[in-house]
Design a protein around this ligand. Structure first.
Ligand code: ATP
Length: 213
């Protein structure tokens, strides 16, 4: 069996320790040797990121420059159309073959909204879901139907992520970090410090480019 690969998608406007630390811990917990970070394009009907695609990508590149666990994948940015996770995972599956174990990493907030995502049921056909804890979000899905969907797919054994190609949901015991990109944008707008929330190289980039003022 091939080794488990994991994709971590998001807007990353900007990338912060709430993204990096839980995923680094996760990699140690479940023996992940590589995580592919994939910044997305935001659909036109949703609020647009403040930083451009290039700036979000450049901030990510700085944040991971000393972290060999991570690689950057620009496929969604280069596509220049809205990013649908279901479509991206379908294409990734075709690329990697039917047997490769693939996972998509999300935070608890994303798990709660996942049933509203385009073609959400196909996501588990193509990948496992690994969920990182995030403070302030319910541990229960919004409806019994979605709670049943979660319980039907949930596994408590990380080995199952390595030994099957897709279809499981694993709730990882990662650290709770009360950090969000919105909080960072808000603090920067008020001129407050974000040193404890964002890597130094990313903060320097934000200052140099006058972002989030
Ligand atoms: P915003 O505040 O602008 O909504 P965000 O901080 O949630 O942004 P995203 O880029 O939207 O960041 O998130 C990318 C992924 O990282 C999502 O799956 C999200 O759930 C997860 N994530 C973000 N922050 C945390 C955190 N503090 N702990 C765990 N997961 C997180």
């Amino acid at each position: 069996m091939k080794s488990l690969q994991a994709l971590f998608g998001g807007t990353f406007d900007p990338v912060h320790y709430g993204h990096l630390i839980p995923v680094e811990t996760l990699a140690n917990l479940i023996a992940l040797s590589r995580v592919i970070i994939m910044p997305n394009n935001v659909p036109p009907h949703r609020p647009q990121p403040e930083a451009t695609s290039v700036q979000r990508k450049e901030m990510l590149a700085l944040a991971i420059s000393d972290k060999p666990l991570f690689t950057l994948d620009e496929r969604e940015l280069l596509r220049n159309t809205p990013s649908y996770t279901a479509e991206t995972l379908k294409a990734w599956r075709e690329e990697q073959g039917a047997d490769a174990p693939l996972a998509f990493i999300i935070g608890q907030d994303s798990l709660l909204t996942l049933p509203t995502w385009h073609d959400y049921e196909s996501i588990l056909d193509n990948a496992h879901l690994i969920v990182c804890r995030r403070p302030g979000y319910s541990m229960e899905m919004a409806s019994p139907k979605y709670q049943q969907w979660l319980e039907r797919h949930m596994t408590y054994k990380p080995e199952n992520l390595h030994s099957s190609p897709a279809g499981k949901i694993y709730l990882a015991e990662t650290p709770w970090l009360n950090i969000s990109a919105s909080l960072i944008r808000e603090r920067l707008m008020k001129g407050e410090s974000c040193e404890d929330l964002v890597p130094e190289s990313v903060l320097e980039y934000i200052n140099q480019h006058g972002l989030y003022r």
